[in-house]
Ligand binder design. Structure first.
Ligand SMILES: *Cc1c(COP(=O)(O)O)cnc(C)c1O
Length: 376
């Protein structure tokens, strides 16, 4: 059994993916070829944004977004403590400072009241200038943007959505990648929409920011003369071959896979509810199930269950074993566990189960009975 079965997906989509790759090779338009432009157009339309700028990976997407907002030295950027490192490292990579915020233990997303506390603290200390919030759509569920937007407005902060795991999710009729001023996603193979290497994209409705992002991802070139560089940019474009792979994968995602992962999640929840803490999707929210993550009673129960699952040939993962404030790279900030009780609790109790659109009901049944046999 695979944790995320990319081989099964390829078997289903092979003819279109193979044809797409071959066409790119035949065209020799390896950089910013037509599939990249087609993909950008389709994705922008799907998420409900005016612009999509494809780039090299999700980390670069966040870094480019912060650069396009002129965020840098002396600025504070608030993000969740419980996330993948890039949500936090992007601020440091542009010279700004990350400020970590505890999470809500029910959704694993940034907790609005802890956010407000941290913002006030930074204002009171007067050393850094609060500039932006990077909420993370963790495990596929959008963060609480209704509350977060109120806070952003109150303190004059810009929201940059980290939708690396959130692509496809919704709040009401609004899709992930359409929240805040700029949204970022990743096409790392195991994300809800993944390619066959590294890839990412940035979304915005702002024409000026979109133009700047197109320049920044290509060395800072001028939009009219590519050998006249208007500022210092980087090289972070999505390969045409990856775009050609993403197009049929996106169509499958839109037409079946997003529905299928929700079906799989329902199978899990209906069997596990009441025995372990099953993931909570808020009313009116849709998750794209980057992960299906349960909470066990404590670390001992979690570690024992992971071991037993492994013995039964069932892969599981601990996302995440450490909060940002516990990372060696952030040791210099001198942060304490006491300020992140929910994040610390999550690191001890979470376990992510196999999740992908090609899981069968029988496989989910097998996983659940192994869990239920262990958890009495
Ligand atoms: C994967 C991920 C990223 C970074 O994406 P890469 O393409 O791997 O650089 C950023 N934020 C979150 C929450 C992620 O899960």
């Amino acid at each position: 059994m695979q944790f995320r079965d990319l081989r099964k997906q390829y078997q289903v989509l092979k003819p279109e993916i193979d044809r797409g790759i071959q066409e790119v090779i035949d065209s020799t338009a390896f950089i910013l070829g037509k599939p990249v432009l087609d993909l950008e157009k389709e994705l922008a339309e799907y998420v409900g944004r005016k612009h999509c700028v494809a780039c090299g990976n999700g980390t670069d997407a966040l870094v480019l977004a912060l650069k396009a907002l002129d965020i840098g030295s002396g600025d504070a950027v608030f993000t969740a403590d419980f996330t993948y490192i890039a949500s936090a490292s992007c601020a440091e990579l542009v010279g700004a400072t990350s400020v970590f915020v505890d999470i809500d233990l029910e959704t694993f997303n940034i907790d609005p009241s802890s956010l407000e506390k941290q913002i006030k603290k930074v204002f009171d200390q007067g050393k850094l200038k609060p500039k932006a919030i990077i909420p993370v759509d963790l495990f596929g569920q959008p963060a609480n943007y209704r509350e977060l937007e109120k806070i952003a407005q109150k303190y004059g902060l810009i929201i940059v959505e980290d939708a690396a795991q959130g692509f496809g999710g919704m709040i009401g009729k609004k899709r992930a990648c359409s929240f805040g001023k700029i949204s970022c996603t990743s096409f790392f193979p195991a994300k809800p929409l993944g390619c066959y290497g590294d890839g990412g994209a940035i979304f915005t409705d702002d024409d000026r920011i979109a133009e700047r992002l197109r320049s920044l991802r290509a060395g800072g070139k001028s939009p009219v003369d590519k050998y006249d560089n208007v500022e210092i940019g980087t090289n972070s474009r999505l390969d045409t071959i990856q775009a050609a792979i993403l197009l049929p994968k996106f169509h499958a995602f839109r037409e079946q896979e997003l529905v299928n992962v929700n079906k799989v999640a329902n199978w899990y929840t209906s069997r596990l509810k009441g025995k372990v803490v099953t993931p909570k999707v808020l009313d009116g929210y849709l998750s794209s199930w980057a992960q299906y993550t349960i909470l066990l009673k404590n670390k001992e129960e979690r570690d024992r269950l992971q071991f037993v699952l492994k013995e039964n040939g069932i892969p599981s993962m601990i996302y995440y074993p450490r909060g940002m404030h516990q990372q060696k790279a952030f040791k210099n900030l001198g942060l304490n566990d006491e300020d992140y009780p929910n994040a610390v609790e999550a690191t001890k109790r979470v376990l992510s189960l196999p999740m992908h659109p090609y899981l069968t009901e029988e496989e989910v049944e097998y996983i659940c009975s192994a869990i239920l046999k262990e958890i009495k």
